[in-house]
Write a protein that binds this ligand. Structure first.
Ligand code: ISL
Ligand code: CA
Length: 556
């Protein structure tokens, strides 16, 4: 180990991500809630994680499922009360679990009082909390495309100006150039810290600074004629300045962590955020792996993923952040289910085996593993019947635009593979109606496969993905080498096997994973004993389809 590597709780634990709307409904209204999470705390603790990250639980009109916040210091009514929140926090802390909150401050809801004021008049004290511009010849101030709608601008009649929204029209971008905005955000964060939360996951935090003069993007226009221009809003120097200011103002003297979601960032840029020399963030969520099956026009242009590219991405990030720290994840609330995407659902046996293999491949890398709810069961993508089953605005907007071009068939097949609702259907607790998630009508359909993929069934089956995940987390938690050891890629040219070593103080772990549905011959059988595997028979130089093995070699 690099002796300069600082030890920290957030490096040693795994984090369980909870999408509160879909975790557990305690009062039968079909919507998951805080009390529902509190009722499941023993389950969460049983996984062996050390922290929980909650997707946004703040007051919100839910245009983008809580990522449009109308009050940063109130709990969404459907999720409960501040007293429920305090009870959840106390319950987590009583079990030695830390709580990481979502921080969504690139934008607010248009129903936030700041924006309600801001849009009233050009001289309103909150006017400069957002980014307002005059139109050009009756059109948008520039050609920027938004993530969710054709244009990133919305005209507002009251003052005859346009406001910027990189996401939906109900998510106006905050103006971080304004020191008053920054002061409000930092004060709000400090109040949450004072309440006892242990960290933040920072939504699109590398987008908070926009290029001076808001220049037009020069890339290829969308069919609607707008240009997606991250060169003018991602990773700008001012974003680093703001994050350093935030670090000083909110984190000094606290043992808290932050992980920034950073779309578009390269590994070099990622390192610039987590570089211990001027630590702005503790970790970043990179998108390189999540974009591995996206074509030039973005996520909906689906291309097959390829193992050599996957190895290159992982090696790149592991190497670039060797003196920093990585986050490790196969999915989250924005991504399809990993077993459907990178493993196999062709049989029940292979679903279980490949879900376990993916866990091994990711969690023993150098970094902090994040587990998205249901991953520990090997939950799969969802057989949505048609667009009326979908609730996510990203998929709905994409479908609407595609339909206008007569391409709804193509759009639908892309939504089935990559739509965000695949991850957002209710957690599968039991084989009973609605997967045991609610006694009412769930806000989003449950996956019919809850009849065999569910927590109850997994608890009773010693061979389940769930039991395997518990063992995997324990393996990592008990080993300094697996936490802090150096990474090196092996089986570099192998077309099926992803392999690497982790080494510390003379001990080496070797991890080999067959990422394919065909048996694979290892070029070299690793030294040492096979101490962990997803198959009971794990000898020799041939890996079965989706087999994973962990070897340990200790020369001391
Ligand atoms: O979800 C995506 C791809 O399907 C991304 O484009 C996503 O919008 C982007 O990664 C930012 O995500 C975050 O901010 C969004 C919110 O909708 C996502 O849920 C959140 O994770 C806006 O707040
Ligand atoms: Ca509820």
């Amino acid at each position: 180990m690099d002796s300069v590597i600082e030890q920290a709780w957030w490096k040693e634990c795994a984090v369980y991500q909870i999408y509160p709307r879909s975790f557990f409904d305690s009062n039968g209204d079909g919507i998951g809630d805080l009390n529902g999470i509190t009722q499941k705390l023993d389950y969460i603790a049983s996984l062996g994680v050390g922290a929980v990250w909650l997707n946004p639980v703040y007051d919100s009109p839910n245009d983008d499922m809580g990522y449009d916040i109308s009050n940063y210091e109130a709990i969404m009514r459907e999720f409960g009360t501040m007293a429920d929140f305090d009870a959840l926090l106390a319950g987590l802390h009583a079990r030695g679990l830390r709580l990481i909150m979502d921080l969504v401050v690139n934008h607010s809801s248009d129903e936030h009082v700041w924006f309600v004021e801001s849009r009233k008049s050009k001289d309103n004290p909150y006017r400069d909390f957002y980014i307002w511009r005059d139109g050009k010849d009756g059109k948008e101030p520039n050609n920027w495309a938004s993530f969710f709608t054709p244009s990133a601008w919305k005209y507002d009649e009251t003052t005859d100006q346009w406001y910027l929204h990189l996401f939906s029209e109900k998510q106006p971008d905050l103006n971080w150039q304004n020191p008053a905005v920054r002061a409000e955000v930092y004060a709000m964060m400090n109040r949450w810290f004072d309440r006892g939360v242990d960290g933040f996951r920072m939504d699109v935090i590398n987008l908070i600074a926009k290029a001076e003069g808001l220049p037009d993007g020069s890339g290829t226009p969308s069919p609607e004629g707008y240009v997606f221009a991250p060169e003018h809003f991602a990773d700008l120097p001012a974003a680093h300045d703001y994050l350093r200011e935030m670090r000083r103002t909110c984190f000094a003297g606290r043992d808290c962590m932050c992980v920034g979601e950073t779309p578009f960032s390269s590994s070099a840029t990622g390192f610039s955020y987590v570089d211990p020399a001027h630590r702005e963030l503790d970790m970043v969520f990179s998108f390189d792996l999540m974009d591995i099956d996206s074509g030039k026009s973005g996520k909906w242009e689906i291309v097959p993923w390829n193992l050599s590219r996957m190895k290159a991405i992982i090696e790149d990030w592991q190497t670039a952040l060797a003196t920093g720290w990585n986050s490790l994840f196969w999915s989250n609330h924005d991504q399809p289910r990993p077993v459907s995407r990178f493993g196999s659902t062709s049989s029940e046996e292979l679903r279980v085996r490949s879900a376990k293999m993916l866990g091994v491949a990711m969690h023993l890398l150098r970094g902090t593993p994040f587990i998205y709810q249901g991953e520990e069961l090997g939950m799969t993508n969802v057989p949505f019947r048609d667009i009326s089953d979908i609730r996510d605005l990203e998929s709905l907007n994409f479908y609407r635009l595609a339909a206008a071009r007569g391409e709804e068939q193509k759009a639908w097949s892309a939504i089935l593979q990559k739509g965000r609702d695949n991850a957002r259907v209710p957690m599968q607790w039991s084989a009973t109606e609605n997967a045991g998630f609610t006694t009412g009508t769930p806000w989003l359909m449950v996956n019919p496969n809850h009849e065999h993929i569910n927590v109850n069934a997994a608890e009773q089956d010693v061979e389940s993905v769930l039991h395997f995940y518990r063992k995997l987390l324990r393996l990592r938690a008990d080993s300094r080498t697996l936490i802090y050891g150096d990474f090196a890629l092996i089986e570099r040219e192998h077309p099926q096997v992803f392999g690497y070593t982790r080494s510390l103080d003379g001990e080496t772990y070797t991890i080999v994973c067959n990422m394919s549905g065909m048996s694979a011959l290892l070029s070299v059988v690793p030294n040492g004993d096979c101490v962990f595997s997803n198959l009971t028979d794990h000898s020799g130089s041939t890996l079965q389809p989706y087999e994973a093995r962990v070897y340990r070699n200790n020369r001391n």
